[in-house]
Design a protein around this ligand. Structure first.
Ligand code: NAI
Length: 246
């Protein structure tokens, strides 16, 4: 019960890593707000957690849309009365080699993965500042720390997330708010479902640890950074990638 009495907001919590994190946080005593633009999956995930005894609610929002996010944040505060933890986990890919990348695909990935993190943080920060304590965890990627072929937009967004993380750690650290990032390696979710078999084999060879990552590996990193155990950890990027060679 490492999050007893805490309220956690998890964006992109309907599927993949976010859904596994929502379940883990619930197991550790947190009240959970699942935020996602996929309403159907979000409601299913929330219902599942409810049957497991978690105090959970689903909120529909596109993190890229500032008005959506403001409305959602107000509803979350009304429902739970406070926010202690924000996991900025929602993210998308729209891969293409640089010369073939459509500018709209570049912009959409930046809007969701980078501006979405800005929007949600700005919406929940006042509540955290008012209580003088809070944990913000942003999801970056090995593409953000090391770049990746075919991911100009994604790598730019995830590198930007690191810049914001370090900036906010400096801006809000003295006010009791920790801001950290997790940089996952290749994790078995829908997101890597489109990667060809041959490329997956190459990725495996580049990973010293003898398996791919699981959503649980990232959820456990979120849990540490969300708990009081990490109170003196601020502005860091926790790489959870099996030691992948960059
Ligand atoms: P996923 O595709 O399984 O889940 C992402 C969730 O975010 C979905 O429920 C989706 O509906 C939601 N979402 C997407 N755009 C949204 C928007 N505009 N507003 C609200 N919700 C939105 O992805 P996965 O693998 O669970 O990824 C979670 C995070 O981890 C992402 O930020 C991703 O970039 C990052 N990551 C994942 C890696 C992997 O190998 N799976 C590797 C490195 C980073």
């Amino acid at each position: 019960m490492r999050l007893q009495g805490k309220t956690a907001v998890i964006t992109g919590g309907a599927n993949g890593i976010g859904a596994v994190a929502a379940a883990l946080f619930g197991k550790h005593g947190a009240q959970v707000a699942i935020v996602d633009f996929n309403e159907e999956a979000g409601e299913v995930t929330a219902e599942q957690l409810r049957t497991e005894g978690v105090d959970v609610a689903f909120f529909k929002a596109d993190v890229a849309d500032i008005n959506n996010v403001k409305e959602m944040a107000e509803k979350v505060i009304v429902r739970f009365g406070k926010v202690d933890i924000l996991i900025n986990n929602a993210g998308i890919t729209k891969d293409a080699m640089m010369l073939k990348m459509d500018i709209m695909d570049f912009k959409r990935v930046i809007d969701v993965n980078l501006t979405g993190v800005f929007n949600c943080t700005q919406a929940f920060l006042p509540a955290m500042l008012a209580q003088g304590k809070g944990k913000i965890i942003n999801t970056s990627s090995i593409a953000g720390t090391g770049g990746n072929v075919g991911q100009t937009n994604y790598a730019a967004s995830k590198a930007g997330v690191i810049g914001m993380t370090r900036t906010w750690a400096k801006e809000f650290g003295r006010r009791g708010i920790n801001v950290n990032a997790v940089a996952p390696g290749f994790i078995e979710t829908e997101m890597i479902g489109t990667i060809p078999e041959k490329v997956l084999g190459q990725l495996q060879l580049m990973t010293p640890y003898p398996r791919f990552g699981k959503p649980e590996d990232i959820a456990n990193a979120y849990l540490f950074l969300a708990s009081d155990e990490s109170d003196f950890v601020n502005g860091t990027v926790l790489e959870v990638d099996g030691g992948m060679l960059k």
